[in-house]
Design a protein around this ligand. Structure first.
Ligand SMILES: [Zn+2]
Length: 260
């Protein structure tokens, strides 16, 4: 199993960093896209994916939450795979309530009609709606949803569903991708004992949004936790020195991690 970061930038980082989406290649060679932001056409192309043959290049997509740097490319992906000489419905994995909201509030307006046919999300994707703590299997890899608080208001919490990923049959420890999350030290410290690697959302801007873990918060974690952490979803030109602070480092766009 390989995990490639096809983008590493925050939602409004400079465009060349692309959005924080990933491509996981199973040992079988099939690929699942983790989030599909509005940069996806460009980031997938730069990652070597043939955009004219997406139905064969990709097998599945997983969506963590509904911000456009994570779902803004979904209309393009739906139309591209539907209007293809060899059309294929990619597998779509995501938490079930979020899946319904994505259709109703984001995708329906653009995807609902084709000629005089009324379309649904299932016309474009093979939908796998999941419970919020589900484990699903894909190509010998198990993915467990981890409910991470992303935006917390007085009345509501918007969650992003991170992933605990284990290559079945391998003895190596699982890896954890937080996706977008506020600073959650208890979760991260307990997770550090179970996993080999943590890929963590990290805001580096001095203009704090308070919906992402900030570098200064993560820096205060114990060294044995930081020593397993790679940081992504950052703003460029940060003045921090992750290696000196005990982290693995900032992930570079296009960097690929091999867990075979
Ligand atoms: Zn977000």
């Amino acid at each position: 199993m390989k995990i490639k970061f096809i983008g590493v930038g925050a939602a409004f980082a400079a465009s060349e960093y692309f959005h924080s989406n990933m491509l996981i290649t199973a040992d079988s060679g099939k690929r699942i896209l983790i989030d599909c932001g509005c940069d996806a056409r460009f980031s997938l192309h730069e990652a070597g994916i043939d955009l004219d043959n997406l139905p064969t290049e990709l097998d599945a997509v997983y969506i963590s939450h509904l911000h456009s740097d994570h779902i803004g490319g979904m209309e393009w992906l739906a139309f591209n795979t539907f209007f293809h000489k060899a059309p294929k419905r990619l597998n779509l994995f995501m938490e079930k309530k979020m899946m319904a909201e994505m259709w109703e509030h984001s995708l329906k307006a653009g995807l609902q009609y084709i000629g005089d046919k009324d379309m649904t999300l299932s016309d474009y994707f093979t939908c796998h709606p999941l419970k919020d703590n589900a484990t699903f299997k894909w190509e010998g890899i198990s993915f467990t949803l981890m409910k991470m608080p992303h935006i917390v208001s007085e009345d509501n919490t918007l969650f992003s569903f991170g992933l605990l990923i284990k290559n079945s049959g391998k003895t190596s420890r699982p890896v954890f991708i937080t996706t977008d999350t506020k600073f959650q030290p208890d979760t991260i410290e307990s997770m550090a004992d179970k996993v080999s690697t943590i890929f963590h959302d990290c805001e580096t801007s001095s203009m704090r949004t308070h919906v992402h873990a900030h570098y200064s918060e993560l820096k205060a974690l114990p060294l044995h936790v930081k020593s397993k952490m790679w940081l992504y979803h950052y703003q460029p030109n940060a003045t921090c020195d992750p290696a000196a602070d005990g982290f693995k480092g900032l992930i570079q766009k296009g960097q690929e991690f091999d867990f075979s």
